[in-house]
Design a protein around this ligand. Structure first.
Ligand code: NAD
Length: 351
């Protein structure tokens, strides 16, 4: 397939690009290169004849039309977004513009291209979204998000993603645009920008700094290794039923405190401190406003219809992630130096 991947210089998009090229797909990576992007994330495929990069902003409709016309993709995988919940609370404007208006532009550019495409029957538009659109769950473990759970977004980030999901479904119902959607739980893994919970914990631990946890650490998230997510996304773009949504989760629910304690245990093993445990650095900080209590995904549909399941447990995935950060100091130091991130106390406990 010839894939147009938006946001392919970000965390999840770059995992999709690396995996897609390794499986023989041609990829055009369209990315505006915001603060969250890093082209080093795709360095291992940059010289492949299957890979091309185009710097463009999804808020710029003429630029999108030009990319469609030049590259004639078989499918779009739309990941470009503003993704950090805390930033959406501090300044929601970019989230409205990129996540809503930008997705509208992508839909219209894709529709114009698809109507005139030589093989319109095989084209598809895959919209990548989050489980945060469903809102917050009670702690009862028998209750999980299904694809039929009503939307109830509670942060500017999740509201902007929910809006984009509704637009994508509307373009399918109204114009017949062939779409598939996925809503995924919290990702972690290599190349995670050092403002998110898992890298902040690893890097603060190594620097001897406090390990900040919102509230009492009881908020629960379902954690998915990013390479398993990329694998699921490639399956859905190829085999997902048109007009259908698929929830993707790791079946790995952990409270934030449990997650941080697990990370500390792995660090104690792989990079022991002179004395004591990294867990001694855990610090509880004032909770985020409107902090959702629990997210949990029921992945029955993607498992039964497409045969997908995650390949690693959260313990194994976190171990690989810690080892990756230990082995790739140049990558995260460059980002920290460029952006001064990774030291804020109010870290994201979600995506
Ligand atoms: P990220 O912030 O790491 O990367 C986003 C990428 O999009 C960056 O490369 C950035 O440069 C690009 N981008 C941002 N605004 C753009 C614009 N206006 N035009 C073109 N490119 C632009 O995000 P991520 O964590 O990789 O998330 C990717 C997608 O997956 C997002 O849509 C997000 O909502 C969704 N998602 C993320 C998670 C998670 O845990 N991180 C979970 C579920 C769903």
């Amino acid at each position: 397939m010839k894939l147009l991947v938006t946001g392919g210089a970000g965390f999840i998009g770059s995992a999709v690009v690396r995996l897609a090229v390794s499986r023989g797909h041609a990829v055009v990576n369209l990315d505006a290169l915001t603060y969250a992007a890093c082209l080093d994330n795709v360095a291992e495929v940059a010289d492949s004849p299957l890979y091309a990069f185009k710097r463009a902003d999804i808020r710029d409709r003429p630029a999108l039309d030009a990319v469609f016309a030049a590259h004639k993709p078989d499918a779009v995988m739309h990941l470009a977004a503003e993704s950090h919940v805390d930033r959406s609370i501090d300044g929601p404007g970019d989230f409205i513009e990129t996540n809503i208006i930008g997705t509208y532009n992508m839909l219209e550019a894709a529709r114009t291209y698809w109507i005139n495409a030589s093989k319109p029957e095989t084209f598809r538009f895959h919209h990548i979204s989050t489980d945060e659109v469903y809102g917050s769950l009670p702690t009862d473990p028998s209750v999980q998000f299904t694809e039929d759970t009503p939307y109830d977004p509670r942060s500017p980030y999740s509201a902007s993603k929910a809006s984009s999901d509704h637009l994508v479904r509307a373009w399918h119902e109204t114009y017949g645009l062939p779409v598939v959607l996925t809503n995924c739980s919290n990702n972690y893994g290599p190349y995670h920008f050092p403002e998110k919970l898992v890298p902040v914990i690893i890097l603060n631990a190594l620097a001897g700094k406090p390990l900040p946890i919102y509230g009492d650490g009881s908020n629960v998230r379902d954690w998915l290794y990013v390479e398993d997510h990329a694998d699921a996304l490639l399956l859905v773009v190829e085999k997902g039923a048109l007009g259908r949504s698929y929830n993707i989760g790791g079946e790995n629910e952990r409270s934030n405190l449990e997650l941080v304690q697990t990370l500390c245990g792995i660090l104690d093993e792989l990079q022991p401190k002179a004395s004591g445990s990294y867990a001694d650095q855990i610090t509880f900080v004032t909770d985020r406003p409107g902090h959702d209590a629990r997210y949990a995904i029921d992945p029955t549909r993607i498992r039964e219809e497409l045969g997908w399941r995650p390949s690693v447990t959260v313990e194994e995935g976190l171990r690989r992630t810690v080892q990756w950060y230990l082995d790739n100091e140049a990558w995260w130091r460059a980002l920290q130096d460029r952006h001064g991130v990774g030291e804020r106390l109010g870290v994201s406990a979600v995506s």
